[in-house]
Design a binder for this molecule. Structure first.
Ligand code: DQQ
Length: 557
């Protein structure tokens, strides 16, 4: 294997070995966080899919439980695919998931599973009542191979009916769609003929997610998440997320849920289109995500899967593939246009030894090493400042690239000198700097007539992350919808051996990237602040913490 075993992540969720993909049915039950995920018990490639199950008190330390769902009934004999949990008003948690019932084609139906023993807070055993399953089958107008991934259900107080979404596609598979199913008793489900929402040329919508959000706090500056059944209203919007199989990215829009019409209308219709206005949870490696409402801390938490960027042969050789991103609290940005995301506060319990950098000018073309801690596993928070007058030296934005952050970053990589930026971090860097992953901002002059005077690009450039060949090393990028006229912008990066997970401008733009250094491993991994622009950049404050290792699914109960 070209991938060193020491690159196995530490504090990002993972099982001891084998393949993992989508997060499934996250929920809070009797004091425990439950997490299920798509898992291959027999190897490090996608196959033999079952639901693995882990529990945690804090979303950081995890204990593995026995497999929750494995093929066992005619309607899931060939696979237990993704699904979600709903906690019924009497406290019963129900899982609904997609079963494959055919050996040759991925014929999809939905099944339910109930805990054998509701008084077991660990919910160790799940039963699939035979008189109920399959609970939903595709009707004649639905493509049976594009009908999967039921969401958590919500219930409208007005009529007492449950609703959930199932991902699909119409128009011969080209038009992505999310169908609403309704039920009075959580047993008999009927489809609302017109989808809740659909969009042309987006292909199959995998793993839809649909939930209310607000930007309110609890009066003590804590963001409040909303339970899934809260309706759209004056201070409440809805988010619809779909995982586009065609692109392998998770896109969402913010809009309004019209319950009576059973329709969702995005505020910005262009958000559904193909252009720049499409927003993503993460502009890097992050897919098939799912949120849940945490009643214990009144917040909404986002889980997302990050796969590997090495080769399948490497995955087999190293025996593992796939991790989950750090769970993120999500809430509505006060602009109402997008979400903000931040690592759950519990991550901070892993912070150990710290180093800080006070006010430091990083001169044009210079870099500064952050020393005193190991940084192969670290949490780094940094605030940058560019003098407002220096912003005049920002580069012009090539109109041909103005809509396409990813292409822009592909052209303007970390090593391409700029006006204001590129500035940011080199992480997982070798002592000779032959290996380094750059996470950075780059400021451009906005086109005349734009609302802000500047356009801010956030980018992760892994092209120099490893001397090893055969790695997938795409540059990842997103625009940051922020007004930088005061010159200030912040960055937080979680480093975990082969993960670089970054949150720009307080969680406006996020990028997760997988890298596999050959030199920058363990104590040989270093951290720098760099500035490859013509304007000086001030670090007003940088703190980096070493991260401790949590309990990660090592022992089974
Ligand atoms: N993964 C599951 C499907 C889902 C896809 C199968 C998304 O249910 O559509 O492992 O990654």
């Amino acid at each position: 294997s070209i991938v060193n075993p020491q690159l196995r992540t530490g504090y990002h969720f993972h099982p001891p070995k084998n393949w993992i993909n989508d997060p499934n049915a996250p929920m809070y039950y009797k004091g425990w966080y439950h997490f299920f995920y798509q898992y291959n018990p027999k190897g490090a490639v996608w196959n033999n899919i079952v639901w693995a199950h882990s529990v945690s008190r804090d979303l950081i330390n995890w204990v593995a439980l026995p497999t929750a769902l494995r093929p066992s009934i005619p309607s899931d004999r060939y696979g237990c695919w993704s699904g979600s949990a709903t906690v019924l008003p009497d406290g019963t948690p129900v899982i609904m998931y997609t079963g494959i019932n055919h050996p040759d084609i991925n014929y999809q139906v939905q099944n339910v599973a109930y805990p054998r023993n509701k008084s077991d807070p660990l919910l160790r055993e799940w039963v699939k009542p035979s008189h109920m399953n399959p609970i939903i089958v595709p009707e004649r107008d639905i493509n049976v191979t594009q009908f999967r991934d039921p969401t958590t259900a919500w219930r409208a107080a007005a009529d007492g009916q449950w609703r959930l979404l199932i991902g699909s596609a119409t128009d011969g598979g080209s038009r992505g769609a999310a169908y609403v199913y309704r039920s009075r008793d959580f047993r008999r489900w009927t489809r609302v003929r017109r989808p809740l929402h659909s969009a042309p040329a987006t292909g199959m919508w995998e793993c839809p997610d649909f939930y209310p959000v607000s930007s309110d706090d609890d009066g003590r500056r804590r963001r409040v998440g909303l339970e899934t059944s809260v309706p759209s209203g004056p201070r409440v919007k809805h988010v619809l997320k779909n995982s586009l199989d065609l692109r392998r990215y998770d896109y969402y829009t913010v809009g309004t849920y019209h319950r009576r019409a059973e329709r969702y209308v995005p505020d910005d219709p262009a958000g559904d289109g193909d252009g720049e206005r499409r927003v993503r949870y993460d502009y890097g490696n992050f897919y098939a995500s799912k949120t849940f409402y945490d009643p214990a801390k009144r917040r909404r938490i986002l889980w997302g899967w990050a796969n590997e960027s090495d080769t399948a042969a490497d995955d087999v050789a190293k025996g593992w593939a796939g991790i989950q991103a750090i769970p993120r609290t999500v809430w509505l940005d006060p602009s109402g246009k997008q979400l903000l995301q931040w690592p759950i506060e519990e991550v901070e319990a892993l912070r150990g030894k710290a180093v800080t950098l006070g006010k430091t000018i990083i001169k044009a073309g210079h870099h500064v090493k952050v020393t005193g801690i190991q940084t192969a596993q670290a949490d780094v928070e940094v605030s940058f400042e560019v003098s407002p007058s220096a912003l005049a030296g920002a580069e012009r934005l090539d109109p041909a690239l103005a809509d396409d952050a990813e292409r822009l970053c592909g052209v303007k990589r970390a090593d391409v000198k700029g006006g204001v930026g590129p500035f940011g971090l080199w992480v997982l860097a070798s002592a000779n700097l032959k290996e380094r992953t750059a996470v950075f901002f780059r400021v451009f002059k906005a086109a005349a007539g734009s609302s802000n005077k500047h356009v801010v690009l956030m980018c992760t450039d892994p092209t120099k992350s490893s001397l090893n060949p055969n790695l997938y090393r795409p540059t990842f990028a997103g625009f940051v919808d922020t007004d930088i006229s005061n010159g200030k912008i912040s960055l937080r990066t979680l480093i975990d051996r082969s993960v670089v997970e970054s949150f720009g401008a307080g969680g406006k733009t996020c990028i997760l990237s997988r890298v596999y250094p050959s030199l920058a491993i363990g104590n040989k991994a270093h951290l720098y602040v760099f500035n490859n622009g013509r304007a000086d950049v001030k670090v007003s404050r940088l703190i980096a913490w070493e991260m401790k290792k949590p309990v990660m699914n090592g022992a089974k109960i």
